[in-house]
Design a protein around this ligand. Structure first.
Ligand SMILES: *[C@@H]1O[C@H](CO)[C@@H](O)[C@H](O)[C@H]1NC(C)=O
Ligand SMILES: *[C@@H]1O[C@H](CO)[C@@H](O)[C@H](O)[C@H]1NC(C)=O
Ligand SMILES: *[C@@H]1O[C@H](CO)[C@@H](O)[C@H](O)[C@H]1NC(C)=O
Ligand SMILES: *[C@@H]1O[C@H](CO)[C@@H](O)[C@H](O)[C@H]1NC(C)=O
Ligand SMILES: *[C@@H]1O[C@H](CO)[C@@H](O)[C@H](O)[C@H]1NC(C)=O
Ligand SMILES: *[C@@H]1O[C@H](CO)[C@@H](O)[C@H](O)[C@H]1NC(C)=O
Length: 449
């Protein structure tokens, strides 16, 4: 009887030891993982983590996990401190919790927190826009909508003609919430050999976007938007699609049309295009690291080409057949490489086409519009007053004013006046998500208080 018992004890002991080892390895790997993932902004975190000595901390975790063995005092001394440091630097609402929250089950608490960090690193979100001609005010309104609703800090990359730079500096300098964003202004630039040819293509400067992966060569991921975009929910939410990319996806866009009967590409295009109705490039989320690395299939050579190699041959081949400039080139590219595109639903890029002949974006009717795209100049004329009302409301809003009373309610009143139009008839779709977004901001604020 004694011998089997001893064997059992031994097995139990071994099991416990390997469990402890596994846990400490997990701790160690999380330890190494976390700062790396946070990229450039890792410095303060890294310092904090190693402040207590990386080894010490892991030792502390081991002590905690091995509650059978190590000293009670050591645990008391190290664990609560550890938890507090982690929560302070990673996830605000945790430090609102009472300090003993991690005293009880600190190991799992801390591990779960690291998991959270892994899926949602507090990295900056990079947003790029190309503004030429008369687009200054529209661009600033777009940037304001990003600032008002977003959670994580934003880095703007603004490409504009030189003469607009002072105006941008002035208008962005006067925005409040400076702590939520930084910006860099760039001149419009093209590869020198074909600069003239590129500039001619489509609207002035619009093809600039094709070169972003090459110009912003140390930015990992980027959300490119046209100037006539308005965010009605945090940029964070579209940014989170990056994490949903499978291993072959490099970019995300919405379809150009939901309804093939009014689709442009399927009726008129004289070049290949993605899917049934093509894609719209007004909201384009890119993992540029992957774009720079990928070799693209194409119909010009049997060899696969890199991004920087493919653009000019593509333009040369299709120059006479493309209508919408760079968007057409993207359609051709993803026609040949469909596995690389992540397609998000129409409410992330909602255009007049989705309602002017009757509503055809079902997802927007269900959940509201997430990102509004007022193409065809509808923010500036009277053809689609519902679109214009949203634009005006965001333009009129002053930072710091109550969002409900200074933004949502006046907008709803304006929208009600547009019900004689097809888009105005479904005006509730325009504020459905906006209402939720504002409610969430209130909730976050009252939690933070
Ligand atoms: C936690 O942070 C404080 C102050 O920043 C520091 O003194 C302490 O050593 C840190 N503890 C650990 C375990 O990193
Ligand atoms: C903007 O840049 C400044 C200086 O580089 C930095 O201190 C600040 O934290 C940045 N702000 C945001 C929101 O990233
Ligand atoms: C351009 O359009 C013409 C007319 O539809 C077509 O015959 C030609 O093959 C197209 N060119 C390319 C490169 O697809
Ligand atoms: C982009 O892709 C690279 C390479 O696959 C990956 O390391 C990086 O984490 C991705 N970026 C984001 C934000 O997911
Ligand atoms: C990624 O998703 C796309 C679109 O659904 C698909 O075509 C592709 O095969 C997927 N790639 C992998 C590696 O699963
Ligand atoms: C924005 O302000 C203009 C001028 O003050 C006003 O006419 C318009 O009704 C406002 N629009 C909204 C949606 O608040």
């Amino acid at each position: 009887m004694r011998r089997p018992a001893r064997v059992a004890m031994l097995c139990l002991g071994c099991g416990l030891c390997s469990l402890l080892y596994a846990l400490s390895q997990l701790a160690l790997s999380l330890e190494q993982e976390a700062p790396r993932r946070r990229g450039g902004s890792a410095f303060p975190v890294r310092r904090q983590l190693s402040g207590g000595g990386g080894g010490d901390v892991v030792e502390g975790w081991r002590a905690m996990a091995g509650s059978a063995g190590r000293g009670e005092r050591k645990r008391r001394r190290e664990m609560p401190e550890r938890c507090k440091n982690v929560s302070l630097s990673y996830w605000n609402s945790y430090w609102m919790l009472p300090s003993d929250v991690c005293g009880k089950n600190c190991f799992w608490e801390a591990a779960l927190r690291y998991n959270f960090v892994k899926t949602e690193p507090s990295e900056k979100m990079h947003l790029a826009v190309v503004a030429c001609g008369e687009r200054l005010e529209e661009t600033v309104t777009m940037l304001r909508s990003a600032i008002i609703f977003s959670i994580k800090p934003l880095q703007f990359h603004i490409f504009a003609e030189d003469l607009l730079h002072p105006n941008f500096r002035e208008m962005l300098g006067s925005l409040s919430y400076q702590e939520k964003f930084n910006y860099t202004l760039y001149p419009i630039s093209f590869p020198t050999e074909n600069a003239a040819e590129w500039k001619k293509l489509f609207k002035p400067c619009a093809s600039q976007r094709l070169f972003l992966p090459l110009i912003l060569s140390d930015v990992d991921s980027l959300l490119y938007v046209d100037t006539d975009i308005l965010f009605l929910r945090p940029v964070d939410d579209i940014w989170s699609f990056l994490k949903k990319f499978n291993s072959s996806q490099i970019a995300a866009m919405a379809p150009e049309h939901e309804e093939p009967r009014i689709g442009w590409y399927n009726r008129f295009a004289r070049h290949p295009y993605y899917g049934n109705t093509g894609i719209n490039s007004g909201v384009m989320l890119m993992n540029m690291t992957r774009m720079r690395r990928k070799y693209f299939k194409n119909d010009m050579t049997t060899v696969r080409l890199r991004w920087e190699e493919i653009l000019m041959p593509l333009l040369k081949k299709y120059k006479l057949n493309i209508t919408w400039g760079d968007q057409d080139l993207l359609n051709i590219m993803f026609f040949h490489n469909p596995e690389s595109l992540f397609v998000f639903p129409c409410q992330w890029n909602y255009r007049p086409d989705h309602c002017i002949y009757g509503s055809n974006c079902q997802q927007a009717e269900n959940d509201g519009i997430f990102i509004l795209h007022g193409n065809r100049g509808v923010y500036h004329d009277d053809k689609q007053p519902a679109f214009r009302a949203v634009y005006e409301a965001i333009k009129n809003y002053s930072f710091g004013d109550d969002l409900m009373h200074a933004l949502l309610l006046p907008l709803e009143l304006e929208l009600q006046k547009t019900q004689h139009t097809y888009c105005g008839r479904i005006y509730k779709v325009f504020i459905k998500q906006l209402t939720k977004t504002i409610q969430n901001i209130y909730d976050r604020r009252s939690k933070g208080r």
